[in-house]
Design a protein around this ligand. Structure first.
Ligand code: NAP
Length: 244
Protein backbone atom coordinates (compact mmCIF):
# COMPACT_ATOMS: atom_id res chain seq x y z
CA UNK A 1 0.00 0.00 0.00
CA UNK A 2 1.25 3.50 -0.84
CA UNK A 3 2.41 5.58 2.11
CA UNK A 4 -0.44 7.70 3.47
CA UNK A 5 -0.05 11.45 3.84
CA UNK A 6 -0.93 13.57 6.87
CA UNK A 7 -0.92 17.37 6.97
CA UNK A 8 -0.22 18.92 10.39
CA UNK A 9 -0.74 22.65 10.89
CA UNK A 10 1.10 24.51 13.65
CA UNK A 11 3.82 21.86 13.69
CA UNK A 12 6.65 24.15 14.80
CA UNK A 13 5.87 23.64 18.49
CA UNK A 14 3.87 21.82 21.17
CA UNK A 15 1.01 19.51 20.21
CA UNK A 16 1.57 19.89 16.45
CA UNK A 17 5.26 18.95 16.57
CA UNK A 18 4.58 15.99 18.91
CA UNK A 19 1.72 14.77 16.69
CA UNK A 20 3.87 15.02 13.55
CA UNK A 21 6.52 12.88 15.27
CA UNK A 22 3.93 10.32 16.44
CA UNK A 23 2.27 10.04 13.02
CA UNK A 24 5.65 9.68 11.28
CA UNK A 25 6.56 6.91 13.74
CA UNK A 26 3.35 5.15 12.68
CA UNK A 27 4.39 5.25 9.02
CA UNK A 28 2.67 8.39 7.76
CA UNK A 29 4.38 10.81 5.39
CA UNK A 30 3.83 14.03 7.33
CA UNK A 31 3.66 17.45 5.71
CA UNK A 32 4.30 20.02 8.41
CA UNK A 33 3.23 23.66 8.20
CA UNK A 34 3.80 26.76 10.37
CA UNK A 35 5.19 30.27 10.09
CA UNK A 36 8.55 29.48 11.77
CA UNK A 37 10.07 27.71 8.79
CA UNK A 38 13.45 26.94 10.41
CA UNK A 39 11.67 24.83 13.03
CA UNK A 40 9.48 22.87 10.63
CA UNK A 41 12.42 22.25 8.30
CA UNK A 42 14.40 20.72 11.18
CA UNK A 43 11.37 18.63 12.18
CA UNK A 44 10.76 17.44 8.61
CA UNK A 45 14.38 16.34 8.37
CA UNK A 46 14.10 14.47 11.68
CA UNK A 47 10.93 12.59 10.73
CA UNK A 48 11.47 12.18 6.97
CA UNK A 49 8.58 14.51 6.21
CA UNK A 50 8.07 17.65 4.16
CA UNK A 51 8.09 21.23 5.46
CA UNK A 52 6.07 23.96 3.77
CA UNK A 53 5.64 27.51 5.10
CA UNK A 54 2.08 28.13 6.24
CA UNK A 55 0.15 31.01 7.75
CA UNK A 56 -3.43 29.80 8.22
CA UNK A 57 -4.64 33.39 8.54
CA UNK A 58 -3.39 34.24 5.03
CA UNK A 59 -5.54 33.03 2.13
CA UNK A 60 -2.67 33.03 -0.38
CA UNK A 61 -0.37 31.13 1.99
CA UNK A 62 -3.05 28.47 2.51
CA UNK A 63 -3.59 28.28 -1.25
CA UNK A 64 0.14 27.86 -2.01
CA UNK A 65 0.54 25.29 0.80
CA UNK A 66 -2.42 23.19 -0.33
CA UNK A 67 -1.38 23.38 -4.00
CA UNK A 68 1.92 21.75 -2.99
CA UNK A 69 0.07 18.86 -1.29
CA UNK A 70 -0.55 16.16 -3.94
CA UNK A 71 -2.59 13.77 -1.85
CA UNK A 72 -3.99 14.08 1.65
CA UNK A 73 -5.45 11.31 3.83
CA UNK A 74 -5.39 13.14 7.16
CA UNK A 75 -5.61 16.80 8.11
CA UNK A 76 -4.69 17.73 11.68
CA UNK A 77 -6.05 21.23 12.29
CA UNK A 78 -3.85 22.20 15.21
CA UNK A 79 -2.61 25.76 14.53
CA UNK A 80 -4.17 28.12 17.02
CA UNK A 81 -3.92 29.68 20.40
CA UNK A 82 -5.12 32.30 22.83
CA UNK A 83 -4.12 35.95 23.05
CA UNK A 84 -4.70 37.62 26.40
CA UNK A 85 -6.99 36.73 29.30
CA UNK A 86 -8.84 39.98 29.88
CA UNK A 87 -12.44 40.39 30.98
CA UNK A 88 -15.11 41.25 28.44
CA UNK A 89 -15.27 44.75 29.95
CA UNK A 90 -11.61 45.24 29.05
CA UNK A 91 -11.56 43.13 25.90
CA UNK A 92 -9.21 44.09 23.10
CA UNK A 93 -11.20 43.66 19.87
CA UNK A 94 -8.01 43.13 17.85
CA UNK A 95 -7.07 40.17 20.08
CA UNK A 96 -10.54 38.67 19.65
CA UNK A 97 -10.29 39.10 15.89
CA UNK A 98 -6.85 37.48 15.84
CA UNK A 99 -8.11 34.50 17.88
CA UNK A 100 -11.10 34.07 15.59
CA UNK A 101 -8.88 34.29 12.53
CA UNK A 102 -6.28 31.71 13.54
CA UNK A 103 -8.52 29.22 15.37
CA UNK A 104 -11.79 29.36 13.44
CA UNK A 105 -11.07 30.76 10.00
CA UNK A 106 -7.67 29.02 9.90
CA UNK A 107 -9.42 25.69 10.46
CA UNK A 108 -12.05 26.61 7.87
CA UNK A 109 -9.48 27.69 5.23
CA UNK A 110 -7.42 24.51 5.60
CA UNK A 111 -10.41 22.16 5.73
CA UNK A 112 -12.09 23.75 2.73
CA UNK A 113 -8.90 23.72 0.66
CA UNK A 114 -8.01 20.09 1.40
CA UNK A 115 -11.51 18.59 1.40
CA UNK A 116 -11.45 17.51 -2.28
CA UNK A 117 -8.17 15.64 -1.64
CA UNK A 118 -9.49 14.10 1.58
CA UNK A 119 -12.57 12.84 -0.27
CA UNK A 120 -10.42 11.56 -3.15
CA UNK A 121 -8.37 9.59 -0.61
CA UNK A 122 -11.34 7.27 -0.13
CA UNK A 123 -10.54 7.15 3.61
CA UNK A 124 -9.88 10.71 4.70
CA UNK A 125 -9.82 12.10 8.21
CA UNK A 126 -10.01 15.57 9.72
CA UNK A 127 -8.83 15.84 13.33
CA UNK A 128 -9.23 19.26 14.90
CA UNK A 129 -7.64 20.35 18.17
CA UNK A 130 -10.29 22.26 20.08
CA UNK A 131 -10.03 22.85 23.81
CA UNK A 132 -11.84 22.53 27.10
CA UNK A 133 -12.47 26.22 26.32
CA UNK A 134 -14.80 24.95 23.58
CA UNK A 135 -16.99 23.35 26.26
CA UNK A 136 -16.74 25.56 29.35
CA UNK A 137 -16.68 29.32 29.67
CA UNK A 138 -14.24 30.70 32.24
CA UNK A 139 -13.33 34.08 33.69
CA UNK A 140 -10.97 35.91 31.34
CA UNK A 141 -11.58 33.31 28.65
CA UNK A 142 -14.18 35.23 26.62
CA UNK A 143 -12.33 35.64 23.33
CA UNK A 144 -10.72 32.20 23.40
CA UNK A 145 -13.98 30.58 24.61
CA UNK A 146 -15.87 32.22 21.76
CA UNK A 147 -13.28 31.12 19.18
CA UNK A 148 -13.01 27.52 20.42
CA UNK A 149 -16.80 27.18 20.76
CA UNK A 150 -16.91 28.21 17.10
CA UNK A 151 -14.22 25.64 16.23
CA UNK A 152 -16.37 22.97 17.91
CA UNK A 153 -19.44 24.11 15.98
CA UNK A 154 -17.53 24.03 12.70
CA UNK A 155 -16.14 20.57 13.42
CA UNK A 156 -19.51 19.11 14.43
CA UNK A 157 -21.27 20.63 11.39
CA UNK A 158 -18.53 19.17 9.17
CA UNK A 159 -19.15 15.72 10.66
CA UNK A 160 -22.87 16.03 9.81
CA UNK A 161 -22.29 17.40 6.32
CA UNK A 162 -19.78 14.68 5.43
CA UNK A 163 -22.09 11.86 6.41
CA UNK A 164 -22.03 9.44 3.46
CA UNK A 165 -18.64 10.71 2.25
CA UNK A 166 -15.40 8.81 2.96
CA UNK A 167 -14.07 11.39 5.46
CA UNK A 168 -14.12 10.98 9.22
CA UNK A 169 -14.17 13.98 11.56
CA UNK A 170 -12.87 14.17 15.12
CA UNK A 171 -12.55 16.89 17.74
CA UNK A 172 -9.92 16.51 20.47
CA UNK A 173 -10.42 18.95 23.34
CA UNK A 174 -7.46 19.15 25.73
CA UNK A 175 -7.27 20.86 29.11
CA UNK A 176 -3.91 22.08 30.39
CA UNK A 177 -0.97 21.04 28.20
CA UNK A 178 2.47 22.52 28.87
CA UNK A 179 3.62 24.00 25.54
CA UNK A 180 4.35 27.52 24.32
CA UNK A 181 0.59 28.16 24.58
CA UNK A 182 0.66 30.19 27.83
CA UNK A 183 3.79 32.06 26.82
CA UNK A 184 2.00 33.17 23.64
CA UNK A 185 -1.19 33.94 25.57
CA UNK A 186 0.65 36.23 27.99
CA UNK A 187 2.76 37.96 25.33
CA UNK A 188 6.04 36.25 26.33
CA UNK A 189 5.66 36.82 30.12
CA UNK A 190 7.43 33.72 31.49
CA UNK A 191 6.29 34.22 35.11
CA UNK A 192 2.62 34.46 34.15
CA UNK A 193 2.98 31.43 31.88
CA UNK A 194 4.67 29.36 34.61
CA UNK A 195 1.87 30.20 37.10
CA UNK A 196 -0.65 28.35 34.91
CA UNK A 197 1.09 25.04 35.66
CA UNK A 198 2.24 25.81 39.22
CA UNK A 199 1.87 22.99 41.74
CA UNK A 200 0.43 20.41 39.36
CA UNK A 201 1.50 18.07 36.61
CA UNK A 202 -0.10 19.22 33.35
CA UNK A 203 -0.37 17.04 30.28
CA UNK A 204 2.50 17.20 27.82
CA UNK A 205 2.21 17.53 24.02
CA UNK A 206 3.03 13.81 23.71
CA UNK A 207 -0.16 12.94 25.64
CA UNK A 208 -2.29 14.67 23.02
CA UNK A 209 -0.18 13.19 20.22
CA UNK A 210 -1.01 9.73 21.65
CA UNK A 211 -4.71 10.51 21.15
CA UNK A 212 -4.10 11.82 17.63
CA UNK A 213 -2.23 8.68 16.56
CA UNK A 214 -4.93 6.47 18.15
CA UNK A 215 -7.76 8.30 16.35
CA UNK A 216 -5.78 8.22 13.10
CA UNK A 217 -5.29 4.46 13.34
CA UNK A 218 -8.92 3.39 13.95
CA UNK A 219 -10.44 1.33 11.14
CA UNK A 220 -12.42 3.09 8.42
CA UNK A 221 -15.82 2.19 9.91
CA UNK A 222 -15.05 3.84 13.28
CA UNK A 223 -15.38 7.60 13.77
CA UNK A 224 -14.14 8.97 17.09
CA UNK A 225 -16.34 12.05 17.29
CA UNK A 226 -15.05 13.87 20.38
CA UNK A 227 -12.40 13.42 23.05
CA UNK A 228 -12.03 15.54 26.20
CA UNK A 229 -8.59 15.06 27.79
CA UNK A 230 -7.63 16.60 31.12
CA UNK A 231 -4.65 16.35 33.45
CA UNK A 232 -5.51 14.21 36.47
CA UNK A 233 -5.12 17.34 38.61
CA UNK A 234 -7.74 19.27 36.61
CA UNK A 235 -11.47 18.55 36.59
CA UNK A 236 -12.78 21.56 34.69
CA UNK A 237 -11.56 24.76 33.07
CA UNK A 238 -11.13 26.46 36.45
CA UNK A 239 -10.90 23.63 38.97
CA UNK A 240 -7.44 22.22 39.55
CA UNK A 241 -5.66 20.69 42.54
CA UNK A 242 -2.33 22.36 43.22
CA UNK A 243 0.33 21.24 45.72
CA UNK A 244 1.73 24.65 46.67
P1 NAP B 1 2.02 26.25 20.91
O1 NAP B 1 3.17 25.50 21.44
O2 NAP B 1 1.99 27.73 21.09
O3 NAP B 1 1.83 25.90 19.35
C1 NAP B 1 0.99 26.62 18.51
C2 NAP B 1 1.33 26.29 17.08
O4 NAP B 1 0.42 26.99 16.22
C3 NAP B 1 2.74 26.71 16.70
O5 NAP B 1 3.34 25.70 15.94
C4 NAP B 1 2.50 27.96 15.85
O6 NAP B 1 3.50 28.03 14.83
C5 NAP B 1 1.17 27.60 15.20
N1 NAP B 1 0.51 28.78 14.68
C6 NAP B 1 0.08 29.87 15.35
N2 NAP B 1 -0.43 30.77 14.50
C7 NAP B 1 -0.33 30.22 13.26
C8 NAP B 1 -0.67 30.67 11.96
N3 NAP B 1 -1.22 31.87 11.74
N4 NAP B 1 -0.43 29.87 10.90
C9 NAP B 1 0.14 28.64 11.09
N5 NAP B 1 0.50 28.17 12.30
C10 NAP B 1 0.27 28.96 13.37
O7 NAP B 1 0.65 25.73 21.57
P2 NAP B 1 -0.05 24.29 21.61
O8 NAP B 1 -0.53 24.11 22.99
O9 NAP B 1 0.78 23.23 20.99
O10 NAP B 1 -1.33 24.62 20.70
C11 NAP B 1 -1.80 23.78 19.68
C12 NAP B 1 -3.32 23.81 19.66
O11 NAP B 1 -3.81 23.26 20.88
C13 NAP B 1 -3.93 25.21 19.55
O12 NAP B 1 -5.04 25.15 18.68
C14 NAP B 1 -4.39 25.50 20.97
O13 NAP B 1 -5.45 26.42 21.00
C15 NAP B 1 -4.81 24.12 21.41
N6 NAP B 1 -4.88 23.87 22.85
C16 NAP B 1 -3.81 24.05 23.67
C17 NAP B 1 -3.95 23.80 25.04
C18 NAP B 1 -2.81 24.00 25.99
O14 NAP B 1 -3.06 24.04 27.21
N7 NAP B 1 -1.57 24.06 25.55
C19 NAP B 1 -5.17 23.36 25.56
C20 NAP B 1 -6.24 23.18 24.69
C21 NAP B 1 -6.08 23.43 23.34
P3 NAP B 1 4.18 29.37 14.26
O15 NAP B 1 4.13 30.40 15.36
O16 NAP B 1 5.55 28.94 13.88
O17 NAP B 1 3.34 29.74 13.07
Amino acid sequence: MAQRTAVVTGASSGIGAASARALAADGWHVIVGARRVDRIEALAEEIGGTAIALDVTDESSVEAFCAAVDTCDLLLNNAGGAFGATSIADADVDEWQAMYDVNVLGTLRMTKALLPKLIASGDGQVITIGSIAAREPYKGGGGYNAAKHAVAALTRVLRIELLGQPVRVCEIDPGMVETEFSLVRFGGDEDKAAKVYEGLTPMGPGDIADAVRWVASRPKHVNIDQILMLATAQTSAQVAHREL
